[in-house]
Structures are given as C-alpha cells and as structure tokens.
Design a protein around this ligand. Structure first.
Ligand SMILES: [Zn+2]
Length: 272
C-alpha cells in the first residue's frame, strides 16, 4: 500500500465515522420526538364524542372524594415536604416556580403567581407518613364526587384536560371541576354516578396532581364582571375559570367571594 492509498483509506474511515455520528443524532432526535408525542398527545387521549341528547342524572344525595383520601392529598407546609408549599383551598401562592399569567391588572400587567388565591385543592400522591410521592398520582383513576351530568370537557395542552360535572342536590345545584386529567372515559352530556371513573390523573412528572373544585356556578363568564380581575383571568378558557382568584379589591380577592366552596369540607359535610 503506498502513501496515496493509505490517505484514501483514512478519508473513507472518517466518512464512515461522521455518517455514524449523524445517523445516531438523527435516531436520537426521532426517538425523543416519538416519546414527546406519546407522552403529550397519545397519553392525554381522545375525548369521547358529546351525546346528542343530555342524559338526566340521579339526585346528588351523597358526595365522596375524587381520589382515596388516605393515599392522596394536598401539600401541607413543612409536613408533606421540607418546604412552605401549601396546595389547600384558599391559600395564596400554593406552589413555587410558576409565573402569574392568567390574571392581569387594570393596566394589563400580569399579576404575580404569588398573589393569586387557590380556588381548589391540588391532590398529590402521599406515602403513609403523609409525605409527597413525586409522580405517584399519575394514571390514578379520578372518580365522580356524586351523581351528576358532565357539562364541559376542555383540552389544556400539556396540562391535560378539565372536566365539569353538574350536581343537583335536594336544596341546590353545585358543580365539581377536575383539572389536569387524561384518558377521559365519559362524554359531555353523560349522566354519571358517585364513584364512577371519569379519567386518570395526567402524567405531569413530579407535578402530577388533581386540582379539583366544588363551586356554585357552571360558567365563569357568568360570575366574573369584565371590570374584575376574575373577568381578566381567562388564560385557560372562560367556562372553566382559571383555578385561582385575585382582585385589586381585597373584598373579592378570595375564592369564597366568587362562589367557590371548600372542596374537602363540602364533601365531608355531605358524605352521609
Ligand atoms: Zn391547583
């Protein structure tokens, strides 16, 4: 083999190595894309077609929790984790590391997340000591809190879906709301019974949780005047609300002022 042949051989080797590296990168990118697709699109599932005629539900004579309260629950500050995180109803700044983008003030400026009041409860997976278990809630069946009829299902992109059920009790009508769910198993207009699986908790990694609400209104548009912060908080869709309340006027800043009820207290009071 003379010098020229050796040189040519090296060029060929270099080409093979470069080709392998490029193919490897392309393959990795394709796998990553497929993983994102399965996680974001396929896993959140397809919503069943709404029923042409709305079914008549049974009376909501009894309520129960959407997840097993011995295995799931909200963050309690310094108890569920070493941090001040509190995801109960009515607290300000229930989480960390998120930006306020759902509410704007009268000048159109975004209100910081830390100022919003939590209009529901965020339930995560807990261990037997009541400590948060990262992803444990992901995939867990979410159950109807009472007899009722499904009135609303909406996609929230990477945050799964939100679903609303209307419940007629002996004295009132209330609505239960389930955020960050996937794999919806019921249709809009379908009557559901207490404990019936509706969907699963959406896989959001360590943040996998069910945000659930009990409230005295169906459509947020009906209760938030346009001049209020509630009216200006529309980023997740108007009917569902945005899961938080806030206002320049402290009198109407908290969720109770808008007709949100304390979910756990409501269920406990209506379990029998
Ligand atoms: Zn929440």
């Amino acid at each position: 083999m003379n010098q020229w042949h050796r040189y040519k051989g090296l060029i060929t080797l270099k080409r093979i190595v470069v080709s392998l590296v490029v193919l490897g990168l392309l393959g990795t990118a394709a796998l990553w894309g497929l993983w994102r697709y399965r996680r974001g699109t396929r896993w959140a599932g397809v919503v069943p077609t709404p029923l042409p005629v709305t079914q008549v539900p049974g009376l909501a004579d009894r309520f129960d929790f959407p997840l097993d309260p011995t295995r799931f629950g909200p963050y309690l500050p310094y108890i569920s984790s070493p941090f001040a995180i509190d995801t109960r109803f009515g607290v300000q700044n229930p989480g960390v590391g998120q930006e306020g983008k759902c509410f704007v003030d009268r000048q159109g400026k975004a209100v910081p997340f830390a100022q919003l009041y939590h209009a529901g409860e965020d339930w995560f997976g807990l261990n037997s000591n009541g400590q948060i278990q990262g992803r444990a809630a992901a995939g867990e069946p979410v159950r109807a809190v009472a007899n009722g009829v499904v009135t609303w299902i909406q996609a929230l992109g990477n945050a799964g879906y939100v679903l609303i059920i209307e419940h007629t009790t002996l004295t009132d009508t209330v609505w239960s709301v389930y955020w960050h769910i996937a794999d919806i198993q019921v249709a809009q207009g379908e009557a559901v019974t207490l404990g019936q699986p509706l969907a699963r908790v959406h896989d959001q990694g360590f943040n996998s949780h069910l945000h659930w609400e009990i409230r005295t209104f169906a459509d947020a548009q009906e209760i938030f005047p346009d001049d209020s912060a509630g009216g200006r908080g529309r980023c997740n869709g108007y009917v569902a609300g945005v899961g938080y309340t806030w206002d320049d006027d402290p009198e109407r800043a908290k969720p109770e002022a808008w007709g949100y009820l304390h979910p756990s207290e409501f269920v406990t009071a209506h379990q029998e």
